[in-house]
Design a protein around this ligand. Structure first.
Ligand SMILES: Nc1ncnc2c1ncn2[C@@H]1O[C@H](COP(=O)(O)OP(=O)(O)OP(=O)(O)O)[C@@H](O)[C@H]1O
Ligand SMILES: [Mg+2]
Length: 207
């Protein structure tokens, strides 16, 4: 079993959106069974999951204090990928979650505020010695700042070679518990998630 953690101390960067989209994507790519874990007290990911009609991915309620044990149980139950969403904060909880990660995915919006804020997340991940990858989310078409953001981020670490653009269907699809690819698998959003998953899947299996 592999564990992917979505983390960013900055709020609203797309952690929950990407957690849900990658979970559904990984299932359809045959990398499941996937278990979703929501460690954010706001519970956005669990609310989304509760709206779902599809049976996969499954949702696992875990106690942070026993996170490692609970992950072992999921592994024994046959789960192949656990995807953990986290709150936008720097807390002891985040440290405990990062400790169990095989890979940390850090979504970042291509804005100066977001880029300036990325340092504290990077410091947390580096403190626990985990591998991390940035993904630029919410990019505007043909905006120069997207390229500049990638360059700025590359000074901190690896940037995913896939950018997620600002598209209404990423948000709208989640209202009734679905994802962009479930609404229209031929959409550009769905295509971006396919590419992001391919990249994340290879990174997850690197040692
Ligand atoms: N690529 C995108 N295109 C359009 N809307 C997006 C995109 N990514 C995220 N959003 C929207 O932006 C908002 C914030 O996204 P999301 O909740 O996934 O971020 P988050 O990092 O989990 O936030 P928080 O830190 O509050 O948990 C949501 O309304 C979501 O629907
Ligand atoms: Mg969230």
């Amino acid at each position: 079993m592999r564990t992917l953690v979505l983390a960013s101390q900055k709020g609203g960067v797309g952690k929950t959106t990407i957690a849900g989209h990658l979970a559904v994507m990984a299932e359809s790519a045959g990398a499941g069974p996937v278990a979703l874990i929501d460690t954010d007290p706001q519970g956005s990911l669990s609310s989304w999951w509760n709206e779902r009609k599809a049976e996969t991915p499954v949702f696992a309620s875990v106690d942070i204090v026993q996170l490692a044990d609970h992950l072992q149980q999921l592994k024994k139950a046959g789960i192949k990928l656990a995807i953990i969403d986290t709150p936008p904060a720097v807390t002891e909880t985040i440290r405990q979650v990062l400790a169990v990660a095989d890979l940390v995915l850090i979504p970042t919006r291509p804005s100066p505020h977001d880029l300036r804020a990325v340092g504290s997340t990077v410091a947390l991940v580096e403190a626990v010695g985990k591998r991390m990858v940035f993904v630029i989310n919410g990019a505007a078409q043909r905006a120069k700042i997207t390229g500049e953001a990638a360059i700025a981020l590359s000074q901190h670490g690896t940037v995913a070679p896939v950018t997620l653009y600002q598209r209404t269907d990423f948000a709208a699809s989640m209202i009734d518990g679905r994802t962009a690819q479930e609404i229209d698998p031929t959409s550009r959003s769905a295509g971006e998630i396919v590419e992001l998953w391919k990249y994340v899947a290879t990174q997850l299996h690197k040692k």
